[in-house]
Design a protein. Structure first.
Length: 430
């Protein structure tokens, strides 16, 4: 059957009709394999303006149906509930679809709630009546309710939910939750405080954001301190005439507080090292003979000129890399303090946790043997890798095993038997 037809076509009864009228039944099909196959056959360019919009709506319903199927697949892969306290199945999902462990945990936990505790939401998603974003909003808002309460909220909000924007739907959800559990506001606040966090978020153009989520009273106090320092400096340097806005002064004040902490000799250490920010640049670019991007660990490439400006007040460590691959070959002896050479080498080599997809900085990881020491594994760079505490436990207790190959590649064999390869990182690659 061919659906790419001109704007007017002769149908079986011999009457000319607009092409759109021939497609009505296709647009109204419930989402699923049949509807998807037919929709794939439609040439959107052949439709009139009205039916092009209907085609978008039809594909949106298909997306919801696919999302419902994916929630079921996630639960099948990770299990309806964690098999143990560490929930190692999350790592399998993360490695398989190339997302972070944090992102995989969120998706798995949401899928478990949708499939196991929210039948009305799951059905509405499967029939294309709500989007995945609507379904995730339900998951978020009923997190502190028991199953019976959650289903009562569903009965109040899911019918007709697809006619509301996600923002409007959330407002209706919160009202329904408050009706079912009047003390929920206090409980949500306490739960949110327990999950307070600070995140580093890379942005474009050599910029990044530090996002701190905390109790409102603490945020107000922190902001007031930063604002007071910023306004004092702003006034001292000419106010508006300086050409620097108050927002930039607030950033400067926050950074000054961080630098003051870094200068504190009592600051806690990791692996015997004080906290440091590592920037890697090739020698030619350092001396202005080239302009190859430098690499800021935990972020990515930054302009060579920015790295050169930072270099003036930096402490240096020599890294010898393969000129072709950029892989670390040797670690120089010249450092800002007498090094623990092997650990320093591993931190510089691995940069982040050696588990596929993990970005925990190596300086906050454990140096672990690939072949266990008790089984004859050597304490050398070729048999050591940096693992964050979670992935160290996963290797020890979660039935994930690393295999270190001669070229530095780490092959992770998961509990389910899949292999995921982590190739050595060039020092100047993200």
């Amino acid at each position: 059957m061919l659906f790419a037809m001109p704007a007017a076509e002769v149908v079986d009864d011999g009457v000319d009709a607009p092409a759109g009228s021939l497609f009505s039944w296709v647009f109204e099909l419930p989402p699923g394999p049949e509807a998807m196959s037919l929709l794939c056959s439609i040439d959107a360019a052949s439709l009139d303006d009205f039916d092009r919009v209907r085609l978008v709506q039809a594909w949106e319903r298909q997306h919801a149906w696919l999302s419902a199927r994916q929630q079921e697949a996630l639960v099948a892969a990770a299990g309806p509930k964690p098999a143990n306290g560490d929930d190692w199945a999350v790592e399998e999902v993360a490695a398989a679809i190339k997302i972070s462990g944090r992102a995989a945990r969120g998706r798995v936990e949401a899928a478990r709630v949708i499939v196991g505790s929210l039948p009305a939401t799951r059905e509405a998603l499967e029939f294309g009546e709500v989007s995945l974003r609507h379904a995730l909003a339900v998951v978020d808002e009923v997190a502190l309710l028991d199953d019976d309460q959650a289903r009562e909220v569903e009965s109040r909000v899911v019918p007709g939910a697809g006619n509301r924007t996600v923002g409007g739907f959330r407002r209706k959800l919160r009202r329904a939750v408050a009706m079912v559990q009047p003390d929920i506001a206090l409980a949500r606040h306490r739960s949110a405080v327990a999950e307070r966090d600070v995140r580093f978020i890379p942005l474009d153009d050599g910029m990044a954001a530090v996002q701190a989520t905390m109790a409102a009273v603490d945020a107000r106090a922190l902001f007031d301190v930063i604002d007071t320092l910023a306004r004092a400096r702003h006034a001292a340097e000419g106010g508006r005439r300086s050409g620097v806005g108050i927002g930039a002064r607030r950033v400067d004040a926050l950074v000054c507080l961080a630098h003051a902490a870094l200068a504190d000799r009592s600051l806690p250490k990791s692996h015997g090292r004080r906290v440091e920010v590592q920037i890697v640049i090739d020698a030619a670019s350092l001396f202005g003979l080239a302009d190859h991007p430098a690499q800021l660990d935990g972020y990515g490439p930054i302009p060579a000129q920015v790295a050169r400006e930072l270099a003036a007040g930096a402490r240096w460590r020599r890294l010898v890399t393969d000129p072709v691959t950029g892989y670390l070959l040797d670690f120089g002896r010249t450092t800002y303090r007498p090094p623990k050479r092997l650990t320093d080498y591993l931190i510089a080599r691995d940069r982040v946790c050696a588990m596929v997809g993990c970005t925990k900085p190596a300086v906050r990881c454990d140096a672990d043997h690939g072949v266990p020491y008790q089984r004859g594994g050597r304490t050398c760079a070729a048999n050591l890798l940096m693992l964050c505490r979670r992935h160290h436990r996963m290797k020890t207790h979660g039935r994930w095993k690393p295999r270190l190959e001669p070229d530095g590649t780490i092959v992770w064999v998961s509990a389910a038997g899949h292999e995921y390869r982590q190739r050595p990182r060039s020092q100047l690659d993200p």
